[in-house]
Ligand binder design. Sequence first.
Ligand code: PGA
Length: 254
Amino acid sequence: MRRPIIAGNWKMYKTIPEALEFVRDFKPQVVASTHCEIVIAPVFTAIKSVSDRLEGSNVEVAAQDAAAEPGPGAFTGEVSAAMIKDSGARWVIIGHSERRQFYGETDESVNAKIRAAIGAGLLPIVCVGEKLDERDAGRAEQVVEAQLAGGMRNLTASDASRIIVAYEPVWAIGTGRTATPETAQTMHAFIRTRFGAMFGAGVADNTRILYGGSVKPDNVAALMDQADIDGGLVGGASLEADSFARIVNYKDRS
Ligand code: PGA
């Protein structure tokens, strides 16, 4: 069985005091939420404080990126996967569309970052997803297939078994325009099939595929009902403790 994951991507929001205030309000609301794994991804500078405050709880911490180089080394401004682990995080988001769009992330750098993350013992949440013009041109699956092929190039089945995929159609991120559960399900099933072709059916069956793009308290349950949707990567709606707790607790509200 694939255990669902609900992950919050805080992007470039929240100072340390703001992050700790969130933790104080959020933790009690999910203390009994054992149906899924719960992850929050603060900015680098808040990871240590947040993970210290979450120690012993059922909420874990992710970074939003990691260096492609394992390091240590002369790479000014970079943070290695090993340093992320050292700061208390267990997960790392890799290849988010904002990094692809604004910071020159490529499938090649995604591939290197996945290797660095796995090498350091982190669990990579690897983002893929098409832009609106690509979907309108009927190329959504082709784009995602190429991102998977490039991002996962030359990984072993054992590497792949540590990977979580997040399908995030770019046109749904921060726009309030969620993919319908059916549209998302179709792509998730496609991703699972591609994983099967690359790494075998056993790995594909166990791989968690999260949906991201305007996940909210009122649409999460319908998305989670789909056979191949194994969780959510939540941006805007993860910034507020009550709203993110309602998303985590989607099961209680059917
Ligand atoms: P959103 O962001 O939920 O605000 O659309 C999702 C993401 O970027 O991971």
